[in-house]
Design a protein around this ligand. Structure first.
Ligand SMILES: Nc1ncnc2c1ncn2[C@@H]1O[C@H](COP(=O)(O)OP(=O)(O)O)[C@@H](O)[C@H]1O
Ligand SMILES: [Mg+2]
Length: 336
């Protein structure tokens, strides 16, 4: 098929930051499918590695700015963007609330409903959802509830209910430590401390919100809240529970990232749901769960062939830092 016959579509990644590997996997998928695709990105600074590798770069206001969504809508409209892919938690709620406005412009936003995003971004609500639906998860309570208990099992794990990237986390061994950290961690909750092997699941949800594939991967090493060494583990119970969870939640479309502990007695205890591509997703893609390809195929309404366990077991990913070079960079934003 010649270039002239190829379909031309534009895809926009928001807050693209350092997602070079994810961007490249979409490029590869498009090439394989003979789809003529352009890849755009947004960031608040030009000094963003993945942004530099985009076909078009858009500098936007911070997410907290009132004009953020308006800016995105303008970019989508002027550039006829067909797919918008969020990459961080920060703009999920806004994108979810404004999804119909993007849809009206013919742009599909890979985000869950505002209700689902809300459950995922408040760890107290995540806990209630998990308990209500019969999923195993560490017992979670407020500081006040913890302090009013005659007996608590130590250590306890403290974290903010609206936290991310492992910020403000602490394991405490007694009431004194609990009081000390509770005063320093904003929006702090108390959780049963779980001993076990930490896993992440990349769950693919198709455009009709059906779970089609679950890739569990063991977190071997983490740097700054993101996995740096990881291994695919085809664990049937994890896959089954993860699929049930995401279907119950009604999350998607796109990739939903779950975090859980597998305990010594083989229990699957969920701790977090991130309704977006996780940082370690390149491992699942390399193992054969070609999410970018499936997403592009669904977007173009072509036939998609997905097997629930159609990926390589045991594959290991070891990450390292790469470089992107900018020559003759002149910008006001870089002046001190
Ligand atoms: N109940 C717990 N017991 C032991 N470790 C935990 C517990 N909850 C979280 N952790 C550890 O803290 C990390 C961050 O917690 P998480 O709930 O994923 O919050 P976030 O990623 O939003 O900061 C996890 O990856 C895990 O290593
Ligand atoms: Mg987490």
């Amino acid at each position: 098929m010649g270039i002239g016959n190829r379909k031309l579509i534009s895809i926009l990644f928001t807050c693209i930051g350092r997602r070079v590997s994810l961007l490249n996997s979409f490029r590869r998928a498009a090439r394989k499918l003979k789809v003529n695709a352009s890849f755009f990105g947004t960031d608040t600074t030009a000094l963003s590695s993945a942004l530099q590798l985009c076909d078009k770069r858009f500098l936007v206001k911070p997410i907290t700015h009132a004009g953020y969504i308006k800016q995105l809508l303008t970019i989508v409209k002027t550039n006829r963007v067909k797919l918008l892919v969020p990459t961080v938690d920060l703009d999920l709620k806004l994108l979810a609330q404004n999804k119909p406005k993007f849809a009206a412009m013919g742009c599909c936003v890979l985000v869950s409903t505002p209700e689902v995003v809300d459950i995922c971004q408040d760890k107290r609500k995540t806990y209630s959802f998990l308990i209500k639906n019969g999923f195993d998860t560490p017992v979670t309570m407020s500081i006040r509830a913890a302090l009013s208990k005659k007996k608590l099992n130590w250590p306890c794990f403290l974290k903010p209910w609206d936290g991310y990237a492992s910020r403000g986390n602490a394991a405490v061994n007694n009431r004194k430590e609990l009081l000390f950290f509770a005063g320093r961690i904003p929006n702090c909750i108390v959780q049963e401390f779980i001993k076990g092997t930490e896993h992440t699941c990349d769950v693919y949800v198709d455009f009709s919100l059906k779970v089609r594939c679950v890739v569990p991967r063991k977190r071997i090493e983490v740097r700054a809240g993101e996995v740096s060494k990881s291994q695919v583990v085809k664990h049937p119970a994890i896959m089954r529970e993860a699929a049930r969870l995401v279907e119950k939640l009604g999350a998607g479309p796109g990739v939903i990232t779950l975090q859980l502990f597998l305990t010594g007695d083989d229990k699957v205890k969920f701790i977090e749901i991130n309704p977006r591509f996780g940082g370690g997703v390149p491992l699942s893609i390399k193992a054969g769960a070609n999410f970018p390809k499936w997403i592009l195929q669904e977007l173009l309404a072509s036939k998609v062939n997905i097997r629930f366990d159609g990926f390589k077991d045991n594959l290991i990913m070891l990450r390292y830092d790469g470089e992107v070079w900018i020559e003759n960079f002149k910008s006001k934003e870089n002046k001190r």
